[in-house]
Design a binder for this molecule. Structure first.
Ligand code: GLN
Length: 486
């Protein structure tokens, strides 16, 4: 086994025993990147020198007896989290050359614990999309099948982890962007409870929905990353003062006494039969491990897509006003007047999907339409939250598909934004309600594409998700499978 094939937990154990150094592990990842990146296209920026320097430093810290929790572990970071001195583009031409003067809190925390940052990975422009195809700097590929999307918007995160270019990645999830690419790439992705992880230094898309979270190859690794990134941050007023448990201690065998709800509305038309079969099989595995399975209802599910695609663009239209050619990044230099400069800068700097969202959001917030659209959507959002609250009276977690289908071909839906929006139907409700959600590999389709299973829990119930996810992983024993690379 080569070092890059290890899990985070295994690599830490080997480094603790002195059997492996961070330099060896980091070099192994860099060699793997050299070998497969041309096909995977996960990175926007590879920081080879920086990574080797950090690895060396990590080895020194370990020798001095000062190893942090992720000391020496090579990770990638979605390109919308601020990294001091390292380009942060958000997948957009408008930030093509933007180098932040500060680290996001989550990045700072990773560095404090000794993690090695290999580079920044591709994403849909400003995290708007489900395939990473709106990225201005190359589109990540699904390592399991040539010509297929890796999902999005954290597609580079998922692809880099699935292709063994790194040990784990940080992504962001506004409507499914951690869970969906994790599902499509056969890895584990966790969107924490809103407020669990600091958003300081995360480029805002829809501030009331955005959360940062880990993508890893195992549930245990997700727990290890959660241990580091969680917690209150003074610099994010929406982060919550709540004790951070040791997430690793929730990884215990057996689900006796756990009530698993199966939301009826998540198993309706449009759900691919192969995906359904994989999820039903996973339900059986949880039952065999001691869980009690019950039927539940989330009656407002059918409104989720409409509500999300009003609220998210509304917030985006306001958040993206800051890209005006003055504060950050790209500026049109030909314009004669200030207004002309704004127009030309934004016309050339933003891609089509971002413009579409800004237009929808501006419309939904404008006087005369505000009550009919934004306000109404906010009211229905409360009903969606109430659905979950009621469901969690009778169960401890929910199990469902992550997406209605496995990954699809690149370019397939690019002309039909509505079709892509609809594919978010099973993930966006967790963001609207602020609850945690996780995708755990559940199996493969006939054609060899991975399919994830979604677990959702009540606010701050990440431990329950990790426990169930761990049991699912242990019960299924899917093995490594065969990537379609090289
Ligand atoms: N696919 C959804 C969208 O396009 C979610 C994106 C995300 O979670 N960042 O908005």
């Amino acid at each position: 086994m080569k070092p890059f094939e290890l899990s985070i937990a295994q690599a830490i154990t080997m480094m603790e025993k002195g059997e492996l150094s961070s330099l060896e592990i980091t070099r192994s990842c860099l060699e793997r990147i050299d070998e497969v990146e041309q096909e995977v296209c996960a990175f926007i920026t590879i920081d080879k020198e920086g990574a080797l320097r950090q690895a060396d430093e990590a080895d020194r810290r370990r020798k001095a007896g000062a190893a942090g929790k992720l000391c020496g572990i090579p990770l990638t970071i979605k390109d919308l989290l601020s990294t001091k001195g390292l380009k942060t583009t958000c997948g957009s031409k408008i930030l093509e050359n933007y180098i932040p003067p500060y680290d996001a809190t989550v990045v700072e925390k990773l560095k404090d614990e000794g993690a090695v940052i290999l580079g920044k990975v591709a994403m849909d422009e400003f995290a708007m999309g489900s395939t990473s195809e709106t990225c201005a700097f190359g589109v990540p590929r699904n390592p399991w099948k040539k010509g297929y999307v890796a999902g999005g918007s954290s597609g580079g995160s998922a692809a880099s982890v699935a292709a063994y270019e790194c040990f784990g990645s940080l992504g962001s999830d506004t409507g499914g962007s951690i869970r969906q690419p994790a599902s499509l790439c056969g890895i584990v992705g966790l969107k924490p409870t809103y407020g669990r992880v600091s958003r300081f230094g995360l480029t805002a898309f829809a501030s009331s929905l955005d959360q940062v979270g880990p993508l890893c190859r195992t549930v245990e690794d997700c727990a290890l990353m959660m241990n580091v990134i969680s917690g209150y941050d003074q610099r994010d007023s929406t982060s919550v003062q709540q004790n951070v448990p040791d997430f690793s201690s929730s990884l215990v065998h057996g689900l006796e006494g756990v009530r698993v709800g199966v939301p009826r509305e998540y198993f309706t038309e449009g759900l691919d039969p192969e995906v359904e079969a994989i999820v039903r099989n996973s339900i059986e595995v949880l039952r065999q491990r001691g869980a009690k399975v019950i039927d539940v209802s989330l009656p407002h599910t059918e409104y989720c897509v409409a509500v999300y695609y009003l609220i998210a663009p509304s917030e985006a239209s306001s958040n993206l006003a800051r890209y005006d050619g003055v504060h950050y990044g790209y500026r049109d230099m030909e314009a004669d007047t200030l207004l002309d400069m704004y127009k030309k800068t934004r016309s050339a700097g933003f891609g089509a999907e971002v413009k579409r969202r800004i237009l929808i959001g501006t419309y939904a917030l404008s006087s005369g339409y505000y009550d009919a659209y934004y306000k109404k959507a906010s009211q229905v959002r409360t009903l969606i939250l109430d659905d979950f609250k009621k469901a969690f009276h009778s169960c401890d977690l929910l199990i469902s598909p992550v997406t209605p289908t496995a990954a699809w071909r690149m370019g397939e839906n690019t002309e039909d934004p509505l079709a892509v929006y609809m594919s978010d139907i099973l993930t966006i409700s967790a963001n609207l309600a602020g609850i945690p959600g996780m995708s755990v590999p559940g199996g493969f389709t006939e054609s060899g594409l991975p399919v994830g299973v979604q677990l959702q829990g009540g606010h701050f119930q990440e431990e329950m998700l990790l426990k169930a996810g761990f049991n699912l992983e242990q019960g299924l024993q899917l093995g490594r499978g065969k990537l379609d690379l090289g």
